[in-house]
Ligand binder design. Structure first.
Ligand code: SF4
Ligand code: SF4
Length: 124
């Protein structure tokens, strides 16, 4: 299904969910804790880890192993290739890719056309 935005996440193996820095705000943490009906402290312990790099001091989502991209967000369903907390997902996920185009999706479509294979997944 083509979308008005020009990309279709349902046809993508979830590349953006592999970013190592999926930043969580306190508001995101509250929403996720409520989603699982646990405390914010428990949600922070279970689902997040500190991220310190080049002066940044943030909280990011933990990852899990993935057969396609090596590692992906711990909330990603690696078989169905979709987010398992879609309604409670962090703001950074809601905002991505910040416009009507997704560079990875365009790359994916280009490679699938070249290979004449609608399921082809190029290494990123
Ligand atoms: S990389 Fe682009 S097309 Fe793929 S899931 Fe993310 S936003 Fe959607
Ligand atoms: S919370 Fe959902 S949308 Fe955000 S990175 Fe994780 S799996 Fe992807």
């Amino acid at each position: 299904m083509a979308t008005a935005s020009g990309f279709d996440c349902s046809k993508c193996p979830g590349y953006c969910c592999t970013y190592p820095r999926i930043v969580i705000s306190l508001k995101d943490l509250t929403r996720i804790a409520r989603h699982f009906e646990i405390s914010e402290d428990e949600a922070r312990r279970q689902f997040t880890k500190p991220y310190k790099d080049q002066g940044m001091d943030e909280i990011v989502l933990k990852h899990q192993r993935d057969s396609i991209y090596a590692s992906v967000c711990r909330f990603f369903d690696t078989a169905a290739r979709r987010c398992t907390i879609y309604k409670a997902r962090p703001k950074v996920c809601r905002n991505y890719p910040h416009g009507k185009r997704c560079g990875y999706y365009e790359f994916l479509q280009f490679e699938r056309d070249q290979q004449d294979d609608p399921d082809f997944i190029p290494s990123a």
